[in-house]
Design a protein around this ligand. Structure first.
Ligand code: 1HE
Length: 262
């Protein structure tokens, strides 16, 4: 299914169509993100059906995403530049702080704005063809899609500075080692793994997923005393939900899965 923009497709997978599969579908341009595609991403994540409990973002073709569409880098004055960047921020905020957790399935180039999009997702699964870069530095520009906030949270400011100052490219294995991705899988299998994870996430209690998306990142940025208090509030809200009580009872009655080694 295409969305209002043919460069972005939306499908539903899982037994109850509980996983939204959002695909960048502009392979001829290596899924470079023009303004229309950024706004289509915003619209899709703002309007996911209520039945959707998790989402996967992936890219069609040989690459996940080549970043900002450089052909649209028109002459903007400073104020227009700020507003353009804020448009990206608003769209990626809809991915990160929307209604459901999002898993990015990565392969090939994950560069510039493509890495910014991947960083707005909650989990990143990379296959062995993946490589990461922030070529903004060599193009004479700067990140504008939230990269300076989100990428250091994954790999630290020092590594991001190195990537931008020197044009360093991380391969898939090194990317996983430094924290750009949480999973590294054989070439061609990232999407399957991402859907498997999203299906598992979709089976969580919605309040738990909400807490992980909306409370945890804020707690992590609060001073410890505030964070502990917010944690206590969130824990109390989560455990008072009927679904939490039912899940705990099921375990005590031997009806729920134990924690097991993989
Ligand atoms: C593009 C873009 C693009 C490809 N904007 N058109 N991002 C970059 O600086 C990365 C630029 N792209 C590349 O380095 C390479 O294209 C790739 C490593 C991603 C893929 O290489 P390859 O050999 O598979 O493809 P290609 O031949 O380079 O590109 C195929 C076509 O896509 C070609 O157009 P054509 O008309 O000549 O066929 C390319 O021009 C086009 N293309 N990438 C526009 N990015 C919110 S701020 C974010 C700031 C940034 O993201 S800056 C980083 C931008």
């Amino acid at each position: 299914m295409t969305t209002s923009n043919p460069d972005l497709s939306l499908q539903f997978v899982g037994e109850q169509s509980e996983v939204a599969l959002v695909t960048l579908n502009r392979p001829v341009k290596r899924n470079a993100l023009n303004d229309g595609l950024v706004m289509a991403l915003r619209d899709v994540f703002q309007n996911l059906p209520k039945s959707v409990r998790a989402a996967v973002v992936n890219g069609n073709g040989d690459h996940f995403c080549a970043g900002l569409d450089l052909s649209e880098l028109s002459e903007r004055d400073a104020a227009q530049g700020v507003l353009h960047s804020r448009m990206w921020h608003a769209a990626l905020e809809c991915v990160e702080k929307g209604t459901v957790p999002v898993v990015a399935a990565l392969h090939g180039a994950v560069v510039g704005g493509g890495l910014e999009l991947a960083s707005a997702c909650h989990i990143r699964v990379a296959d062995e063809s993946t490589f990461y870069a922030l070529p903004e530095g060599t193009r004479g520009i700067f990140v504008g899609g939230g990269g300076s906030v989100r990428v250091p949270k994954l790999i630290g400011a020092a590594r991001m500075t190195d990537m931008m100052l020197t044009g360093r490219v991380y391969n898939a294995a090194d990317g996983e080692r430094v924290g750009l991705a949480q999973y590294l899988v054989p070439t061609g299998t990232a999407l399957d793994k991402a859907i498997e994870l999203a299906t598992r996430i979709a089976a969580n209690a919605p309040m738990t997923n909400f807490a992980l998306m909306h409370a945890l990142p804020r707690i992590a940025e609060q001073p410890a005393d505030h964070g502990l208090f917010t944690e206590a509030l969130m824990a109390s809200v989560a455990q008072s939900a009927p679904e939490a009580k039912a899940r705990v009872r099921a375990f005590l009655e031997g009806k729920a899965a134990k924690v097991q080694k993989d």
